[in-house]
Design a protein around this ligand. Structure first.
Ligand code: TXA
Ligand code: MG
Length: 345
C-alpha cells in the first residue's frame, strides 16, 4: 500500500516554504475570498495531473489558471478586448474569472482539457498572491474539495477531503464570499456568464453597457454546458436537500416535526425564533443572502460530516443579484427539489 503523505498546515508567514513545495511539483491548497483552491504549478504537467487524482475530478474538466498579476496572464493570452480590459481594471483582484483564447500550445492540455481557451483568475487574498509571486509561476486552482462535494470554505474542510493526498494547506481563516467566482467567457463576440458568482449579472451588464448572455449556465440535462464542470453532480451531501421558499417555512417545520429520521435545518436566524421542532438540528445562515452564501457550503458539510442527518431543509432566496449564485449552488445540491406544502397530509 502507498504510504500516506503528511499534509502540513502553513500559516501565512510560511508561504516561502509552501511556494518551494509548489516549485517541487507538490500540491498546496490556498485561501481565496471565494473558496479554498487546490494549487499546483500550472506549467508542470505531472503536478497538474495529480490535482485531478487528488480531487477525483474527470480529466475533461479544465482548470482555472490563478495568477498574481496581469503580466503573468499575458504570457498565455493572445488578445484582450477593450471590455475585458475594463473588467480587469474594475474587478481584479476579485471574485471574477475570465475566459480568453490562448496562444496555441502556451498551456498544457492537462490544464485546458484540450480547449483553445483558458480561464484566468486573480484572487483578492494577498497571502495567495504572494504565494504565487514566490512560486514564480501561475498555479491551477480548482476548488480544493473532493469532486462532487461542497467547495471548502475553511482549511478544516480542505483537510477533511485532502488529508494524506496533498503536501499542505495555507490556512488564512474562513473565506468571506463563500461561493465560487463568477465566470465570464470573453472569448466570443458577446460576453457570457458561465457561472454566477458575487460579481453579479446585473452589475456586469450595467458596468459594461453592452449585451451579456446570462442564461448560459441554465442548461438542461441533454445539452453540453459551456463550462464543462457545470455538467457534473455537485455540492451534493449524503442527505436529501429540500429547498424551502420563504413563505413555506411554517409548513416545512410542521412536516419536519413529523419525521422519524433526523432533519437538519439551514435557515436565516428568524426561522429559529418560533416553534422550532425538537427533533430538528439548526445551522444558522445569518440575516441576508450574503451571510447565507458565506455559510452555505459549511452548513452542507456540517450536516454531512459532523451532525449527520437524513434530510436537510435549506432556505431559498430570490434569484437575483447574489441570490442567483446562491440558488445555483443550492439547487445543484438539492437536485432541484423544493419543499412542497402538499408533502403534508
Ligand atoms: O472561486 C473560484 O473560482 C475557485 C477558487 C479556488 O479560485 N475555483 C474554482 O475552480 O471554482 P473549479 O475548477 O472548481 O471551477 C472552475 C470552472 C469549472 O466548471 C470548469 O469547467 C470551468 O471553470 N472552466 C475552466 N476552464 C474553462 C474554459 N476554458 N472554458 C469554459 N469553462 C472553463
Ligand atoms: Mg469546483
Amino acid at each position: 500500500m502507498k504510504k500516506m503523505m503528511i499534509t502540513k498546515i502553513y500559516s501565512p508567514k510560511d508561504i516561502e516554504e509552501a511556494a518551494s513545495e509548489l516549485k517541487r511539483g507538490e500540491l498546496i491548497a490556498f485561501p481565496t475570498e471565494t473558496v479554498y483552491g487546490l494549487g499546483a504549478d500550472a506549467t508542470n504537467e505531472q503536478a497538474v495531473k495529480r490535482v485531478y487524482l487528488a480531487k477525483g475530478r474527470p480529466s475533461d474538466n479544465p482548470l482555472i489558471v490563478t495568477v498574481s498579476s496581469v503580466e503573468m496572464m499575458k504570457k498565455y493570452v493572445s488578445k484582450i478586448s477593450k471590455s475585458a480590459e475594463q473588467l480587469i481594471l474594475k474587478y481584479w483582484p476579485g471574485p471574477l474569472t475570465l475566459i480568453f483564447k490562448i496562444k496555441p500550445g502556451a498551456l498544457s492540455k492537462v490544464v485546458t482539457g484540450g480547449l483553445s481557451t483558458a480561464a484566468f483568475r486573480m484572487p483578492a487574498n494577498k497571502v495567495t498572491r504572494a504565494l504565487i509571486e514566490a512560486a514564480g509561476v501561475p498555479i491551477v486552482g480548482p476548488s480544493a474539495n473532493s469532486s462532487g462535494k461542497p467547495s471548502p470554505t475553511t482549511a478544516q474542510h480542505v483537510y477533511h477531503d485532502m488529508e494524506g493526498k496533498i503536501a499542505g494547506i495555507v490556512d488564512n481563516g474562513p473565506t468571506t464570499v463563500g461561493v465560487e467566482s463568477t465566470i465570464v467567457d470573453m472569448s466570443a463576440k458577446t460576453p457570457a456568464i458561465l457561472r454566477p458568482g458575487a460579481v453579479t449579472a446585473e452589475e456586469l451588464a450595467s458596468f459594461l453597457g453592452e449585451e451579456i448572455a446570462t442564461d448560459r449556465h441554465k442548461v438542461s440535462e441533454k445539452e453540453v454546458p459551456k463550462a464543462p464542470g457545470m455538467k457534473y453532480k455537485h455540492y451534493a451531501p449524503d442527505a436529501q436537500v429540500l429547498i424551502v421558499r420563504k413563505h413555506d417555512w411554517q409548513a416545512a417545520l410542521k412536516w419536519a416535526s413529523k419525521q422519524k429520521e433526523k432533519v437538519g435545518v439551514m435557515a436565516p436566524s428568524e426561522v429559529f425564533n418560533t416553534n422550532f421542532p425538537e427533533n430538528c438540528d439548526k445551522f444558522d445562515l445569518g440575516e441576508s443572502v450574503a451571510t447565507a452564501s458565506q455559510r452555505l457550503f459549511a452548513g452542507l458539510r456540517y450536516f454531512d460530516n459532523i451532525n449527520k442527518v437524513n434530510w436537510i431543509l435549506a432556505a431559498g432566496f430570490p434569484e437575483k443579484e447574489l441570490g442567483t449564485a446562491y440558488m445555483n449552488r443550492l439547487k445543484k445540491s438539492a437536485g432541484d427539489q423544493f419543499f412542497a406544502p402538499e408533502m403534508i397530509d
